[in-house]
Design a protein around this ligand. Sequence first.
Ligand code: HEM
Length: 497
Amino acid sequence: RKILEEMQIMMMMVLLLCSIIFITILYFQKQTTQKKSKTPASPPRFPLIGNLHQLGHHPHRSLCYLIHHYGPLMLLHFGRVPVLVVSSAVVARDVLKTHDLVFASRPRSKIYEKLLYDGRDVALAPYGEYWRQMKSVCVLHLLSNKMVRSFRDVREEEISLMMEKIRESGSSPMNLSKLLANLTNDVICRVALGKKYSGETDFKKLIERFTRLMGAFSVGTYVPWLAWIDWIRGLDGQLEKTGNDLDEFFERVVQDHVDGDGDRNDFVDVLLAIQRDKSVGFDIDRLSIKAIILDIFVAGSDTSYTLMEWAMTELLRHPECLNRLQEEVRTICKGKSSVSQEDVQDMNYLKAVIKEALRLHPPLPLMVPHESTQDVILRDYHIPAGTQVMINVWAIGREAATWGPDVEEFRPERHLDSSVDFRGQDFELIPFGAGRRICPAISFAAVLNEVVLANLVHRFDWRFPVESREDQTGVAESTGLAIHRMFPLYAIASSIT
Ligand code: HEM
């Protein structure tokens, strides 16, 4: 028995020794591979949290500041997750064009899983057949030029209601931010869901909860063994409840369409028709319909209103630009009571104003994160599969080499003699992204923004209220995914008739 015990101890010692040797070999192998493969420059990081402490309230600004030390291609670590940060047009081209296929996926996150049907939507679905099919439905059936034109009546009705409200405000300061947010919300709701929900307080509160949670930080996503912190601080519970409430709301909307007369032509109707007729060559189920509609709603309203809010802010801060825009719009629309989709075609200064607002204030300054699906060599650096990528569009819009020394100035004139456009071909201006994951709604957003802005300046002169404080006329930014003004924009409109 003693011999048996001694043998057992010996065996354990041998096993322990083997494990130590094995771990040591692995460690040295890893060190050598790391030394052999070049990785992009990285700021020093803390154990566990990595570089998370360097993000601050406005990550696009903090990351832009780091370029001075580490260049336009940096490798950071958010907890255990490697994150590549791209801050120049040249590197963005390499990621979104040369290696587009490798970087076309999206990272997983607890927040997206709970709120966006676990990646069954378009915007956050991992790259693959499902995403390809859903995106083609969006591009060909929901957001095509033909559909954009067909929503003309909705747009015009909502704009004219907004103009009426402005007229009624007389010479008192009005909350233009709120007005623009309601307008985009109403247009998207009517186009996507068939009716407006802005009068429903519960719906408004639900969307507020949703937006807040989309901008929340989940510790467990980056440091899995600290996931319990999310539970203790109530994030898990809130995600569960909001996800369920949203699903209940969208289930009701889809069921109303199934039970209704079906003579509307909103996105839910189009998707139900595709499901019924199997006209796209693949099955689309109820969950996918709800996920796409939620996507359109979320991706569409916050971004468009943010752009209009920034454009109006800059025009109010630069009366000479506002005057030039008014001159263009009033000349082209002389004698007309409103500006139409056709009228804006020839408004070059209006288009320049929108480009300049997108350059200085891209609504999604870090776009939507991408993720690599294979190992790849990017600019001589070895980037392993599973690396997240953040494209800092905000920093790209401020590259002095492209835009000149006055990058911080709002100067729409810089776009007048330039062919640079935001449709994904010119990497110096990519507020809608580029490559496979590009925003499918560029035409939808462009028409809406152009027609709204043109109408606002056509019938009214605008100024800041005299008593405005610096924070009200300034460009302080909110926190979150879409960056809008920190404080609502108040302005006084005087009717020109
Ligand atoms: C000014 C307005 C808008 C801006 C600046 C904007 C910007 C963006 C950006 C930066 C992306 C990510 C691109 C990438 O990852 O490479 C995106 C994706 C997307 N956007 Fe937009 N967007 C706007 C309006 C809209 C509207 C109105 C809709 C729908 C009606 C929409 C629907 C989507 C969808 C579905 C995606 C996901 C595409 C994918 O992952 O394949 N967007 N958008």
